[in-house]
Design a protein around this ligand. Structure first.
Ligand code: NAP
Length: 262
């Protein structure tokens, strides 16, 4: 299927590794020009090299820096001639007990996982609507639907974004002008983050990391972890000309982990 987005421009935040890179790879394969961002420049340049090799015809630009920093967001926006596609992503907040969190911890989580995507959306969607095409995809978490108690900062900040998007996506000014806004909710995907989480759990429990990983896989009905490239393929479809009637949705990619009917 031709996704019909060749020659478009996309910003993919937090894209040097993991799910963000998976999205950038899938868009690159569709001929989409890219502005990618991450804090560490070395991995970002390596990712850009990989994308150029994958799709030699596209333009790939990089902006290194923390996407929750307003100056970095300005640079990212300035690097993109026209934002047709915006993929919002950032690292998740740390786990812990809410009794230990101070106001600053909450502000950091809200900044990265709620206010940053909202600011980028604000900068892009009206232009998208004027041009009659726009796709916004926010990478959130399966924890929005099935909260994990130790990830309270993530549950709270991402739920705030989810509630806001539910209203915004339905504005006729946006939806009526072919601008869609959807959230992708990953379950367990095999990325650096997942490996770090498993290693930390292995250290804390004394259980070998391979045993823990096998247990986690068995808890997923699909009996495996997701792969970043399959996450990217789903994202690229949502960004395609074929997905113009899908907006305001929270789409789980979790191998069947969420146990509910709806
Ligand atoms: P990952 O493998 O650790 O990759 C994270 C990427 O984001 C890296 O490129 C990282 O590069 C970049 N990044 C992190 N914080 C950033 C910031 N403030 N500004 C700019 N770039 C930043 O993580 P992932 O597994 O792909 O996870 C992506 C998102 O999905 C996270 O929010 C995570 O919580 C969520 N999620 C993941 C899973 C999963 O199983 N993988 C499940 C549920 C939710 P730098 O460190 O160099 O900045």
């Amino acid at each position: 299927m031709d996704l019909g987005i060749s020659g478009r421009w996309a910003i993919v935040c937090a894209a040097s590794k993991g799910l963000g890179l998976g999205c950038a790879r899938a868009l690159a394969q569709e001929g989409v020009n890219l502005v990618i961002n991450a804090r560490g420049d070395e991995a970002l340049q390596a990712a850009a090299g990989q994308l150029r090799e994958l799709a030699p015809g596209i333009d790939v630009r990089t902006v290194a820096g923390d996407i929750s920093d307003p100056a970095v967001r300005r640079q990212v926006l300035a690097a993109c001639p026209q934002v047709d596609i915006l993929v919002n992503n950032a690292g998740g907040p740390p786990p812990g007990d809410f009794r230990d969190w101070q106001r600053d911890d909450w502000i950091r989580a809200l900044d990265a996982n709620m206010l940053t995507p909202i600011e980028l959306i604000k900068a892009c969607v009206d232009g998208m609507a004027e041009r009659g095409f726009g796709r916004v995809v926010n990478i959130t978490s399966g924890a929005v639907k099935a909260p994990i108690d130790t990830l309270g900062l993530s549950n709270g900040a991402r739920s705030g974004l989810t509630g806001f998007i539910a209203g915004l996506a339905r504005q006729p000014r946006l939806a009526g002008n072919n601008v869609t806004i959807n959230n992708l909710l990953p379950g367990p995907f095999e990325t650096e983050r997942l490996h770090k989480t498993l290693s930390a759990a292995a250290d804390a429990s004394g259980t070998p990391v391979d045993t823990l990983a096998a247990q986690r896989r068995k808890n997923v009905p699909a009996q495996r972890f997701g792969q970043a490239d399959e996450f990217g393929a789903y994202c690229a479809f949502l960004c395609s000309i074929h997905a113009g009637f899908v907006t305001g949705q929270n789409l789980l990619l979790d191998g069947g982990s969420y146990p509910g009917t709806f």
